[in-house]
Design a binder for this molecule. Structure first.
Ligand SMILES: C[S@@+](CC[C@H](N)C(=O)[O-])C[C@H]1O[C@@H](n2cnc3c(N)ncnc32)[C@H](O)[C@@H]1O
Length: 318
């Protein structure tokens, strides 16, 4: 639908365009976006943990800064629209502060209703030695009203027991599940973008495209505007264009804007490599990887010769 559209940096929002990349502070871009014009706002803001693209603030300053952006987002959100704020933890001197918990009151005070707190589980990350290693973050989904877009069919996943039938009642003998698949639930197992991931760029915290595709397909319709105030490498616009939506985003760092332009252009040419939606997570045991068995658990260690005569008993090496 939107192929052959050029990608360029814009100074302001223009509803006639199909994709808009703004280099600068998201609040400045937001000021020029008309009320109720965005269908879905999906983002991962800075977590205030001192990444290369952020200045670490006092927690109350960080909350104030986030509140100002969220307030403008709510103004620009359509009446049946959604906001998905994807966050992890802020770490203060070894102590964990879950950002979803501290940001939740901002959304509720602005009249939004939470629909899901989606747990995004992944296997890779820092290995902690004084607490359990963090292996999930959350996508916090809010709507502006009770009349909101939610398309379940495009995001259904395969049933666990597709052959299951009703065993009694008027439908006895008929298949009990939806042939289009089941609701994916609110725990999503999707690999994060680490060094071996096909989508990896120099950005330290990219969204996997498949995570955003699922949100866009379920919470918007073709032609709708999808906005990411903290765009990074352009993942949200890539996912929006892939599904015939319009994408707009702001990013302060020029080097990430350049990556976003490159990725969006590749997407428009149909050559951007991404991990496909719904591909099962790699299982090294099923894949027959030889490194999944610890050498010290091998069972074919030769028996030690008996030093003294004793009744022959079988010992297990496990
Ligand atoms: C967690 S990253 C988002 C990465 C993105 N989800 C992706 O897939 O690449 C947050 C981004 O917000 C940018 N940023 C920080 N403050 C900003 C602001 N006020 N306006 C726009 N972008 C900002 C940072 O440079 C960083 O790239």
């Amino acid at each position: 639908m939107f192929h052959k559209e050029r990608v360029e940096i814009s100074e302001k929002f223009d509803p006639r365009k199909k994709n808009i990349l703004y280099q600068g502070d998201c609040l400045k871009l937001l000021k020029g976006i008309p009320d109720k014009s965005l269908q879905l706002i999906v983002t991962s803001p800075p977590y205030n943990i001192g990444k290369e693209y952020e200045r670490k603030l006092k927690l109350n300053q960080y909350i104030e800064q986030q509140a100002a952006v969220i307030k403008e987002c709510v103004r620009a959100l359509s009446s049946n629209g959604s906001i998905c704020w994807q966050v992890g933890n802020y770490v203060d001197n070894g102590s964990i502060i879950p950002l979803d918990a501290i940001l939740y009151p901002i959304f509720v005070d602005l009249g939004l209703k939470m629909r899901n707190r989606i747990v995004w589980h992944f296997e890779h990350g820092l290995h902690c030695s004084k607490r359990f290693s963090g292996r999930y973050e959350t996508v916090n989904w809010f709507t502006k009203s009770s009349d909101y877009v939610f398309n379940l069919d495009p995001i259904r996943i395969p049933q666990k027991y597709p052959g299951k039938k009703y065993f009694k009642g008027p439908n006895a003998g008929k298949y009990s599940c939806n042939p289009l698949g089941k609701n994916p639930g609110d725990v999503w197992i999707i690999p994060n973008v680490k060094s071996n991931h096909v989508e990896k760029t120099i950005h330290p915290c990219q969204f996997p495209v498949e995570l955003i595709e699922r949100l866009i397909l379920s919470m918007s319709n073709e032609g709708d505007w999808i906005f990411d105030p903290f765009l990074g490498t352009g993942t949200t616009i890539v996912a929006a264009l892939r599904h015939n939506r319009r994408g707009v985003g702001a990013e302060v760092e020029r080097k990430y804007i350049d990556i976003a332009i490159d990725r969006i252009e590749k997407e428009l040419q149909g050559v951007l490599k991404t991990r496909p939606m719904n591909r099962p997570v790699y299982d090294p045991v099923k894949a027959g990887n030889s490194l999944t068995v610890a050498p010290w658990t091998y069972t074919n260690i030769p028996e030690q010769p008996l030093l003294i005569k004793e009744r022959k008993r079988k010992y297990s090496t496990l």
